[in-house]
Design a protein around this ligand. Structure first.
Ligand code: ZN
Length: 148
């Protein structure tokens, strides 16, 4: 299996078997994201504990396979991480997708699946699809800081 095929499998698997999908009940925060270019919709449900750690995250949404697979992967990797670390991760992901930085997740067993989305860069109109969940979470975290 080529690396491209492997990556396609990863994306398809997350699309068909989304992780952490459905409303998180109860939740502290709910943020809506929308990508008008493609019609993708994503809601992020988020709990952050007193220590500033993401203690719960889930999503709901509809749209193309890339948008939904990307947010499914996102929920898997941020659960249990401190907000600061999550924000660094969002920055790294955006760097990979938008700034031609090399895939920063290659050597990290917990994050390497995210590299599957790097191939989306070959289809510029889909980059916003891959980023939607991440920008929606970033917006939620911005509000979290403002509320403190
Ligand atoms: Zn899309």
């Amino acid at each position: 299996m080529s690396i491209d095929e492997l990556y396609r499998e990863v994306i398809l698997d997350h699309f068909e078997n989304p992780r952490n999908k459905g409303a998180l009940d109860p939740h502290d925060m709910l943020e809506h994201g929308y990508n008008p270019l493609c019609g993708d919709k994503i809601d992020i449900y988020l709990n952050i504990d007193d220590a500033g750690v993401v203690s719960g995250i889930s999503f709901d949404g509809s749209g193309c396979s890339i948008s939904q697979a990307s947010v499914s992967m996102l929920t898997e990797v941020v659960e249990g991480k401190p907000v600061q670390e999550v924000e660094d991760l969002i920055g790294q992901f955006k760097g990979m997708m938008l700034e031609d930085e090399p895939n920063p997740f290659e050597d990290d067993e917990d994050l390497e699946e995210l590299g599957a989305l790097e191939g989306v860069k070959n289809y510029p109109v889909r980059i916003k699809c891959a980023l939607l969940g991440w920008t929606t979470l970033a917006e939620a975290l911005k509000k979290f800081h403002e509320s403190r």
